[in-house]
Design a binder for this molecule. Structure first.
Ligand code: PLP
Length: 445
């Protein structure tokens, strides 16, 4: 271990980490990055199969973004949009976002992260129902194993039981239903389509239990990302939409991972064929180059909110000029270079086909899945019975560590192994990534 590696934990508590273990074993210090590669301080070139934390959609090292950040910082490093002010960077970004969003989305509300987007959405949803004269509609329904961030609202909205345990979450007024995980939850003989309807109907059951007059919104990721890349059957989201309409409940898509091209469309809800009332974003909005998030607010909700007077909510760094300028350039690059179309037409289908082909040889690998450039598989003890390994997560972590020591970043979400490389990855780079993964899996089995 280098001194830098040990010093890295001397004064820094790392998120989502066993800090005692880090102090003993050190961390890997990442010093630079380019394209799909990151480099550590020992000079290792590492394939970043996760695009950072599912965020570096345009890949590392785009100089245009650095140039824009410098220019904007020289021109106007900071101003806010709170009290009757705005600035060109945020005006231009908002116009661009409205132009790429589906019809009916003409407004965005800015935040500094995905968690802030989710918190803002929760407050906005409740404010909306107050504003339209239905103040009893307060409860939000999420899903077990969903991930919506780490703030008090985000952790509550998410369905990660391990996170709930630390600190007594969820907060009051947020409840959960089971996830649409076909592989783990379907009944004998049930098709994926039948399961999708049954899983969506759990929402109806929950609404009836709570009373529709008390339910404000249903919130879900189009694909559950940190929950293990759980891809719902095609029938799921349309049925969820029907139920929300039937009971006058807002439908919210958390697009923090799926948004900005991950599924091969601008937004995941376009891939899955449903129309939310609100959707939350961050990550791919700036490709992680600077922290920024945005809540896209549909016209119906905007109309309601306009009746409600002041919305007493906002962040000092919301719509930060430098982050907004960088995000605009990022979105322009995604658009002008046809990066998302390439994922849809070329690299996405190529990755999916190669991923399935490569993984079919392994006896502990099952439920190989993917959409666009987000994919997963599950490590199981027995494929025939779908029996999982004991001590959930232990086996996944072991494999993830093998990838890591072979200079490939993939992530273990429990025993689901997931990947989401930069959207700029080429076919040759996909081949290299999968060849490395194959070698690691051979070592593992
Ligand atoms: N929502 C989803 C779907 C996410 O995947 C994440 C982060 O991974 C968040 C919200 C929280 O985003 P952040 O970490 O930027 O707060």
């Amino acid at each position: 271990m280098t001194n830098t590696t040990l010093n890295a934990t001397a004064n820094h508590l790392h998120p989502f980490s066993d800090n005692q273990q880090l102090k003993e074993k050190g961390v890997r210090v990442i010093t630079k990055a380019d394209g799909i590669y990151i480099y550590d301080d020992a000079g290792n070139k590492i394939i970043d199969g996760m695009a950072g934390l599912w965020c570096v959609n345009i890949g590392y090292g785009r100089k245009e973004l650095a140039d824009i950040a410098r220019d904007q910082m020289n021109e106007l490093a900071y101003y806010n949009t709170f009290f009757k002010t705005s600035h060109p960077a945020v005006i231009n970004l908002s116009a661009k976002l409205a132009s790429i969003a589906p019809a009916g989305f003409n407004h965005v509300f800015y935040t500094g992260s995905g968690s802030e987007s989710v918190d803002s959405m929760i407050r906005m949803v409740r404010h909306y129902w107050d504003s339209v004269g239905k103040p009893s509609k307060k409860t939000l329904i999420g899903r077990w194993n969903g991930y919506h961030g780490s703030t008090i609202g985000g952790v509550s909205m998410g369905g990660m039981k391990g996170m709930h345990k630390q600190g007594g979450f969820p907060i009051e007024g947020i409840v959960h239903i089971e996830q649409p995980w076909f592989y783990g939850l379907h009944e004998e003989g049930e098709t994926a389509e039948q399961f999708g309807i049954r899983a969506a109907n759990w929402l109806e059951e929950k609404i009836l239990e709570i009373g529709a007059d008390n339910v404000a919104a249903f919130v879900g990721e189009p694909i559950q990302g940190a929950g293990g890349v759980i891809i719902p059957p095609s029938t799921y989201w349309p049925r969820i939409q029907e139920i929300c309409q039937k009971y006058d409940i807002l439908l919210v898509a958390d697009e923090v991972i799926c948004g900005f091209g991950r599924t091969g469309e601008w937004f995941g809800h376009e891939t899955f064929g449903f129309q939310p009332d609100i959707f939350t974003t961050a990550k791919g909005l700036s490709s992680g180059y600077l922290p920024i998030g945005a809540v896209f607010v549909g016209d119906k909700v905007v109309e309601g909110i306009l009746k409600g007077g002041d919305f007493n909510h906002g962040f000092t760094y919301a719509g930060h000029p430098v982050a907004a300028a960088v995000a605009l350039k990022n979105v322009e690059i995604l658009d002008d270079e046809g990066i998302i179309k390439n994922v849809h037409d070329k690299t996405g289908p190529y990755m999916q086909a190669k991923w399935r082909e490569m993984l079919s040889q392994f006896k502990y690998v099952d439920d190989v899945r993917g959409v666009g450039l987000i994919q997963g598989f599950t490590l199981v003890k027995n494929k025939a019975t779908r029996e999982m390994f004991p001590n959930e997560g232990e086996t996944g972590t072991m494999l993830r560590d093998i990838f890591f020591s072979n200079n490939l970043i993939m992530r273990a979400c429990g025993d689901h192994i997931v990947a989401s490389p930069p959207l700029t990855i080429t076919k040759e780079e996909i081949d290299l990534m999968l060849a490395t993964a194959e070698k690691c899996l051979q070592e593992f089995e």
